[in-house]
Design a protein around this ligand. Structure first.
Ligand SMILES: Nc1nc2c(c(=O)[nH]1)N[C@H]1C(S)=C(S)[C@@H](COP(=O)(O)OP(=O)(O)OC[C@H]3O[C@@H](n4cnc5c(N)ncnc54)[C@H](O)[C@@H]3O)O[C@H]1N2
Ligand code: MOO
Ligand SMILES: [Mg+2]
Length: 415
């Protein structure tokens, strides 16, 4: 049985990012948040567009004010008033200054701004009460933040508020982004029903479909929900074939262990799949099937274990990075672990890498891991609610004592 890290390496090697020549959507800027930029953006504009003032004050010639002081102020004649948005009209001559405001264009002839607080005004004269520390002080120079024609944003980044603002400033009303990876999801099991059905003895609601749909969306994918399938090879083959033909990733849950009704692996084989993983040295999540098909643009198939905690943990550990890598993200798709103190005692039998769900909370400014109360059976879904992290105990680690450090994988949103 492969280790978790070997499994991760095998899976991520199977995944290639979507080709950015064929998988582009054009979206409006305000609809582009959380999307992945598919082509680099180069702006024909410099930032700042012009030399402009960083302060409300006076635009001056440095040579006129370099020896100014409270006792011996330079006295300059104010020849122009330049609010932000106005084009300056005059060229400032020796002995002159322009009244200027933050963001306003520097007038010709000036190179330095004196902030208002360091001046005294008498009608159309300004007294400079302190010398600037250097010439160019409080001037934001044209192109000092960004030079026209160079790369403004690279392809492969996720667009958040900051990037959307940059793109607005660069006058990009529409953008090329990667299409979202399509992820087909279905659940297998005779015991499963939709939540609107009365529960007959032995039946449970198919909660995995809900969990996986939301997780796919959170990870940047587009879920394609294929419903519940009976533990019946014919029905399973039909749904699996449909998912394989219509998605970049197929996620099934259930039917991957060794039971008489666990058909997923055998149907994958009959469909010509190459099975790369059949089980992983982890708890929960040991029965995990990963397969690909010899056809071009073949999707990657994840047969997730049916137990709800096992389905979620294997999603977070393996499927989420897969969706992120496929979605065109150039980097940052690998899971990130942080080392924190555990508030609680954590135990494992040490035979498989253990993932223990709980919360990462900040106490006195320091992150600590709190194990979720209640049963840690992989069949228990209830105490997964309000968790946001998984503590990881490597193989052979049987105990983490309170206040000892532990590696933690953050999952979902941190609230
Ligand atoms: N003899 C063995 N039995 C089991 C082994 C083993 O190694 N030897 N592994 C156990 C482990 S670990 C897990 S995890 C499960 C995985 O089982 P399957 O993937 O085959 O899933 P099912 O048998 O279909 O269901 C297991 C469990 O999960 C519930 N389930 C299934 N689908 C859903 C769903 N969509 N929503 C909510 N709950 C679901 C199902 O009712 C079962 O209780 O196998 C162990 N057995
Ligand atoms: O993978 Mo199983 O999750 O230990 O019940
Ligand atoms: Mg089973």
């Amino acid at each position: 049985m492969p280790s978790v890290s070997d499994t991760e390496a095998i899976i991520l090697n199977l995944v290639q990012p979507l080709d950015n020549r064929q998988n582009i959507e054009i979206v409006d800027l305000l609809a582009a948040d959380s999307r992945i930029l598919a082509t680099p953006v180069i702006s024909p504009l410099d930032f700042p567009h012009w030399d402009n003032s960083a302060m409300d004050g006076y635009a001056v010639r440095y040579e006129d004010v370099q020896h100014s002081s409270n006792e011996q102020p330079a006295i300059l004649e104010i020849v122009e008033d330049i609010p932000a948005g106005n084009q300056p009209k005059s060229t400032i001559q020796p002995g002159q200054a322009a009244r200027i405001f933050t963001g306003a264009v520097m007038p010709a002839g000036t190179d330095t701004v004196i902030m208002q607080e360091k001046t005294r005004r008498e009608e159309n004269r300004v007294f400079i009460l302190a010398a600037p520390t250097n010439s160019q002080e409080f001037v934001r120079h044209k192109a000092s933040f960004y030079q026209a024609g160079t790369q403004l944003l690279p392809a492969g980044i996720r667009l958040n508020a900051q990037e959307i603002a940059v793109l607005a400033a660069a006058k990009c009303p529409q953008l090329n982004v990667y299409r979202r990876p399509r992820v087909a999801i279905f659940s297998s099991g005779n015991e499963l029903v939709t939540l609107d059905r009365p529960l007959q003895p032995g039946q449970i609601v198919d909660s995995n479909q809900y969990a996986l749909a939301v997780l796919v969306r959170e990870s940047g994918g587009e879920p394609l929900l294929l419903g519940i399938v009976k533990d019946d090879p014919v029905a399973l083959e039909k749904v699996m074939s449909h998912g394989i033909a219509n998605a970049d990733i197929v996620l099934s849950s259930g039917g991957v262990s060794v039971g008489d009704y666990d058909y997923v692996d055998q149907i994958l084989e009959s469909l010509g799949a190459k099975i790369h993983i059949r089980a992983v040295e982890m708890r929960p999540g040991k029965p995990l099937t990963v397969a690909t098909f010899p056809t071009q643009n073949s999707p990657i198939y994840f047969g997730l274990p049916g137990n709800p905690a096992a389905a979620l943990v294997t999603f977070w550990r393996f499927v989420q990075p897969t969706i992120k890598k496929l979605s065109g993200l150039a980097e940052g798709w690998q899971p990130v672990f942080v080392k924190v103190r555990s508030h609680d005692e954590l135990r494992s039998d040490g035979k498989r890498e253990a993932y223990i769900w709980g919360r990462l909370d900040i106490v006195d400014g320091v992150y600590q891991f709190y194990k979720a109360g209640g049963s840690h059976s992989s069949g228990n879904l209830i105490n997964l609610a309000q968790t946001n992290a998984l503590a990881v105990l490597p193989i052979d680690t049987t105990l983490i004592s309170p206040q000892e450090e532990v590696q933690v994988l953050q999952v979902g949103f941190n609230n």
